[in-house]
Design a protein around this ligand. Structure first.
Ligand code: ZN
Length: 79
């Protein structure tokens, strides 16, 4: 079970889904029980959302990657 201090450090990773499922579960339990961290988490979630909308991510990056992967695959198949 993470402490409140752990939570403040982990909440960003949690929002970015960069923590393991086990860790997420522990953190979720902490959030359920700890109002201070719940407030902090809500705040961070809003901030991340605001940042996300303020800086548009390139919409084609995922497509580009899959196209590149497909190209590499074809090159491998076709000598
Ligand atoms: Zn807490």
């Amino acid at each position: 079970m993470p402490t409140c201090r752990d939570m403040s450090e982990l909440v960003t990773d949690y929002l970015e889904r960069a923590v393991s499922i086990r860790r997420r579960l522990d953190m979720w339990w902490h959030l359920v029980r700890c109002e201070a961290c719940r407030r902090y988490y809500d705040q961070m979630r809003r901030t991340v959302r605001l940042l996300g909308s303020a800086s548009p991510s390139p919409p084609d990056s995922g497509t580009e990657e899959s196209v590149l992967a497909a190209t590499r695959g074809e090159q491998r198949r076709d000598p």
